[in-house]
Design a protein around this ligand. Structure first.
Ligand SMILES: CC(C)(COP(=O)(O)OP(=O)(O)OC[C@H]1O[C@@H](n2cnc3c(N)ncnc32)[C@H](O)[C@@H]1OP(=O)(O)O)[C@@H](O)C(=O)NCCC(=O)NCCS
Length: 128
């Protein structure tokens, strides 16, 4: 398994297909797909490969060079439980050593399990 930075030309269609196959991930919907493709390019995006197949990815945002927020982390079902998720996270720590890395969690149990410390929570601001 190898992890490297995302390359739009070689990875975009494979990655969008992997996301499309994941239940509950709607980034490939008609309204979001083009915006999400642009976001993959402008974010800090890593892809994990096994042979020629994308088996996982992460997408993160850089906040003024001090903090990194991991927004998306996904491992293809057939590849889960092989520490690809943990390794995708570790790539960010090792490439951005001077920045604090936070992850926006939808799966607290997972991050607890891999030893991350909960430090806050997120609220949606209601529209008036
Ligand atoms: C969460 C996810 C990225 C983990 O990827 P992974 O490569 O399988 O993770 P790792 O191999 O590093 O760790 C696997 C361990 O975490 C556990 N784990 C996975 N999801 C979990 C969850 N939601 N709650 C608790 N533990 C979880 C597994 O049971 C496994 O435990 P084991 O080693 O004792 O069998 C992957 O399950 C996934 O893509 N899930 C769907 C998308 C998602 O929820 N992404 C996170 C959004 S913030």
């Amino acid at each position: 398994m190898q992890i490297r930075k995302y390359n739009r030309l070689t990875d975009e269609s494979k990655l969008m297909k992997m996301i499309e196959d994941e239940e509950g991930w709607d980034y490939t919907s008609e309204t979001l797909a083009e915006k999400y493709k642009a976001a993959l390019q402008t974010s800090i995006t890593y892809v994990a490969f096994q042979d020629d197949e994308i088996c996982g990815y992460s997408r993160s945002l850089d906040d003024f060079g001090e903090y990194i927020y991991v927004c998306d982390l996904l491992v293809k079902p057939a590849y889960r439980g092989k520490e690809i998720g943990r390794k995708l996270m570790e790539c960010i720590y090792s490439d951005y050593r001077d920045q604090v890395v936070y992850v926006m969690s939808d799966v607290d149990g997972y991050y607890n399990k891999i030893g991350y410390k909960r430090i806050g929570s997120i609220f949606e601001v209601p529209r008036k």
